[in-house]
Ligand binder design. Structure first.
Ligand code: ZN
Length: 295
């Protein structure tokens, strides 16, 4: 029975209507054309491709193949990495983000996902500086400087807060609240040009998660990524779990997301040495089964 004031969640138990696969999930097994084919063959209606995979397959050829296969995108990965040690680096980052916006538009993506960057050089092993406040201000400046271009291209930007374990090397935006503060500062009118990509792997632990999802609302919730947090976790990057194998309350979080009106895809994004070692077919079949039962 439906309780008053509590919206009914979408039924994922049959079919794959709201399932998307982030193509990094199969990056070790298949090229992008192979991933598109494998998803289409299983009735998976959407993917979120990565720039390097698109570059390898060719932008126009990829756009054509996706269209011909009848698939749509749930996002495009990824822009961001706005921080830099000097003015030339900051400028290069902005130029690269404009290229990413153009690619996303060519592919018909609903948003460009932003992994915003952190201490410049940290990903390569040697941070050029350690001033987190500076990194965060460079990120805000970088998004601000990209927003008009994104608006002109009608390409929403989706800030993805990353788990704090990646604050040094990948993203110094680490909570949904922090991402939404940036959205409110740069897009107070809620034009739809700036939102968030909510990845359960990064935010599941946050005591403010439910309240911040409510604050985001439908308009700011641009993408929803799922996988699971394994206990124990052996690797900070490549040990994500399949939905149902870890401790994330996926249905509860989806309930919060859908309570504010989110109607988009649940995008499976699993970086995992374990799942990369299995066949693409086995991974996709498991994604579908878990999507239908635990997501
Ligand atoms: Zn994600």
């Amino acid at each position: 029975m439906r309780l008053p004031g509590r919206p009914v969640m979408r039924d994922f138990s049959r079919g794959t209507a709201h399932l998307s696969v982030n193509t990094a999930t199969l990056r070790k097994q298949l090229t992008l054309p192979g991933i598109v084919e494998a998803c289409a063959a299983r009735g998976i209606p959407a993917i979120c491709p990565w720039r390097d995979q698109v570059a390898a397959a060719g932008l126009d050829a990829t756009a054509r193949q996706i269209k011909d296969a009848g698939l749509v995108l749930s996002g495009y990965c990824r822009g961001g990495f706005f921080t830099a040690a000097d003015a030339a680096g900051l400028k290069a980052a902005l130029e690269d983000n404009r290229r990413a916006i153009d690619e996303a538009a060519t592919l018909g993506a609903p948003c460009l996902v932003l992994v915003v960057g952190a201490l410049p050089g940290a990903l390569q092993g040697t941070p050029a500086y350690t001033d987190m406040r500076l990194a965060r201000s460079q990120v805000v400046d970088g998004i601000a400087a990209s927003l008009d271009y994104a608006k002109a291209a009608k390409m929403p930007l989706a800030i993805e807060p990353l788990h704090p374990m990646q604050a040094a090397d990948r993203a110094c935006v680490n909570t949904l609240e922090q991402a939404l503060d940036i959205c409110d500062a740069l897009d107070p009118e809620r034009t739809g040009a700036l939102g968030v990509a909510l990845d359960t792997y990064h935010v599941w632990w946050d005591p403010k998660l439910e309240a911040q999802i409510a604050r985001a609302g439908k308009q700011r919730l641009t993408a929803y990524h799922i996988c699971d947090w394994l206990n124990p976790t052996r690797d900070l990057l490549n040990d994500r779990g399949m939905m149902g194998d870890g401790v994330i309350e996926l249905k509860k979080i989806r309930g919060w997301v859908e309570a504010v009106g989110y109607t988009g895809f649940a995008e499976v994004e699993i970086f995992s040495d374990r799942w990369w070692s299995l066949s693409a077919g086995e991974v996709l079949d498991t994604c579908i089964a878990r999507y239908q039962t635990v997501a």
